[in-house]
Design a protein around this ligand. Structure first.
Ligand SMILES: Cc1ncc(COP(=O)(O)O)c(C=O)c1O
Length: 410
């Protein structure tokens, strides 16, 4: 049994009495970014204070040590996803990973009239790169209908997919509604029709066990900062044969085998051919520490804890009678709601006055507004260090929103 509360002591942001608006900080914006434990901060600090060097560029011990650290981090990430280490590409985060697939694979293989299937629930990072690739190639995007609840099902994919579909690109957990997408079933449908499945794992990798071999997805992207790691580092997983076929979309030092004065260049094999220039060494080292830390807690434990928090939050918020919740039944630790009669951003500003950090707006999923029937929502999102007491503070604020805020608002 994990004592989740005691894990809060590992996080300076949680144990140092940080305040917002003079109130103890209640951090409920974990879908946006997460706090960093000491082991991550120490690993980064150790790199700068004792081990600074570049990688792959020197025949001396410090540089060799850095090469070892990168290899170790690749192994850690491979273990996390049940992948091969050569299938792990270090990127700046989910956004860069999806762009890499869009421009390195999509722009190379898509032709006029080919289809890319998305959903209305996707984050901008999993829509806009595909729009850009469509402009370049003449391919088109199509949207797989969601169920009334907002879920993506294999059945709806089957109804939408056709002979021209080459890519299906969807989130494993959507960032507004928090539904878990049946990736394994979607992969089977996509493959039956000769398409590849590109998975946005930004909101799933930090919270649930992922086995890319079992899911049989073709690419999967994730961001370090959403899983206790540093900003500016992330991963693209790709099946190795697909990575080999994908072009690098950034060229430079470290990723080439040779080049000459006739404009000819040959590149190294994946994953290194995607990691041109000096890589984000502090990010890789920090991410390695973060992933080891959360694997030690156990992704299954994290998932179960967050499901419990989600249920508790929905129950307690509903009891206030003051809210509309848009995703009562979703699995992830995300509650998307509005305080009745209050515009979301005003609601979030009111919560801020109570020391509560929640995201408001459209959460970068701008096409979903029509589906939700509201221009903006408040999103409270949890991680394993979130407590029921944090949720109680939110619920209490929502309960008193009417007296404290609405009078002034109208
Ligand atoms: C579902 C989803 N995809 C992609 C992203 C983009 O992640 P990043 O900004 O770390 O690249 C996010 C960030 O919130 C997200 O929630």
């Amino acid at each position: 049994m994990i004592d989740f509360k005691s894990l809060r002591n590992d996080f300076p942001m949680l144990r140092n009495g940080i305040k917002m608006q003079g109130k103890p900080l209640v951090w409920l914006d974990n879908a946006s970014t997460t706090f960093k434990p000491d082991c991550v901060l120490d690993a980064i600090s150790n790199y700068y204070t004792h081990e600074t060097s570049n990688s792959h560029r020197g025949d001396y011990d410090l540089c060799y040590n850095m090469d070892q650290k990168i290899a170790e981090a690749r192994n850690t990430l491979a273990k996390l996803l049940n992948a091969e280490s050569k299938e792990i590409v270090f990127t700046a985060g989910t956004t860069m990973s999806i762009n890499l697939v869009a421009f390195g694979y999509g722009a190379k293989f898509l032709k006029e009239g080919d289809e890319i299937l998305l959903t209305e629930a996707e984050h901008a990072s999993n829509v806009l790169p595909w729009y850009k690739v469509c402009e370049m190639t003449g391919a088109v995007t199509k949207f797989i209908p969601l169920t009334k609840e907002g879920r993506l099902t294999a059945e709806n994919l089957e109804k939408t997919i056709g002979p021209k579909t080459k890519i299906v690109a969807v989130a494993q957990v959507t960032n507004v509604l928090g539904y878990v997408t049946p990736i394994k079933e979607l992969a089977a449908v996509a493959h039956k029709h000769g398409a590849i499945l590109v998975v946005d794992g930004a909101q799933s990798a930090p919270h649930m066990k992922i086995d890319v071999k079992d899911l049989d997805c073709d690419f999967l992207s994730m961001s370090g900062h959403k899983m206790c790691g540093p900003t500016g580092i992330g991963v693209l997983y790709g099946k190795y044969d697909l990575l080999q076929k994908t072009d690098p979309f950034m060229t430079g030092g470290g990723m080439n085998a040779r080049f000459n004065m006739c404009g000819k260049a040959t590149y190294l094999d994946a994953p290194v051919k995607f990691e041109g220039g000096t890589v984000n060494l502090e990010g890789i080292i920090g991410l390695d520490a973060a992933v080891k830390y959360i694997m030690n807690i156990g992704l299954e434990n994290i998932n179960a804890h967050e499901e419990e928090l989600k249920k508790y939050a929905v129950e307690q918020l509903e009891k206030t009678g003051n809210v509309t919740i848009y995703n009562k039944d979703s699995e992830a630790g995300i509650v998307t709601f509005n305080i009745n009669g209050v515009f979301a951003q005003d609601g979030a500003t009111f919560l801020n006055s109570k020391g509560i950090a929640c995201r408001s707006g459209n959460h970068c999923a701008k096409i979903l507004n029509d589906f939700l029937g509201t221009p903006a929502t408040i999103r409270a999102s949890f991680y394993f260090y979130t407590t029921k007491e944090d949720i109680d503070v939110l619920v209490d604020a929502v309960k008193h929103a009417k007296e404290e805020f609405l009078d002034a608002y109208f």
